[in-house]
Design a binder for this molecule. Sequence first.
Ligand code: MN
Length: 297
Amino acid sequence: MKITRFNEGRIGVVVDDSHLVDVTGLIGQDAGEWPPVGMNRVIAQISTHRPLIEQALHTLRRIPLAQVVLRTPIPWPNKVIAYPVNYHDHGREMQAGYRADHQGFFLKPPSSLSGAGEPIQLPVVPGREVHHEAELGIVIGKECRGIKRDDWQDVVFGYACLLDMVVRGKEERVFRKAFDTFCPVGPWITTADEVGDPTALAMKLWVNGELKQHANTRDLVLDIPGMVQMAAAVMTLYPGDIIATGTPAGVGPVREGDTIRIVIERVGEMNVKVTQGDMGQTPVFAKPYAPDIIKQK
Ligand code: MN
């Protein structure tokens, strides 16, 4: 199943390449609620909702995807966990002396989440580059803590495309990655049963049609079972928590007017526009900085 949010927070199930159906009322959710935790509940109670959805699917009106605005599937997760330097080629291009397996994770604020239909708004940071990072997003399905590595699949709900946007610099990593719209996730969550084995998924990212990143999840330093286990070793994970799994080589700047396209095999494809916002000025980025990125073959 492919499940997402659209327009004013309605919950949709994607039925083919170009249509979704609105299941908000069917599964008793309120699109206008605050805080917007309907999807967290849907994920937590999926075993109740799924038969209802499957039974009603063919009776619901099909809405063209082109006529809706896709929002981020889970706007209010308990946390967004992110693993830094989790592909060796990205570590080499950044000349990073560490890898995620012995570094651990950081967190991105849930307020940085946006959806496929919402443009990235560049902050006003003259003298700085804002980079794309293509990543597979993992969505947690069950509350858990201290799980065994072999049990990782029991707690994973699904997967999505994720862009971990960042202002390059030497300042606090979280600060540089925290701006609104710096974590597009979507275009939907593809449930784990549809993805099958996620440990060898091809992932590509283009900017304006030019291929920039091309990798496979088999090349992750800390693999998917390891990431779930490591996060759950430290924190209780809750339904709707998101894990950004790290980016491969090929990161680079985006500018106003660009379109970022990310495709992950069996997960989805997301096209996100880049616009220039008028916020985000901060003395933290007063000094210009240009990253020294060593191109990888
Ligand atoms: Mn990243």
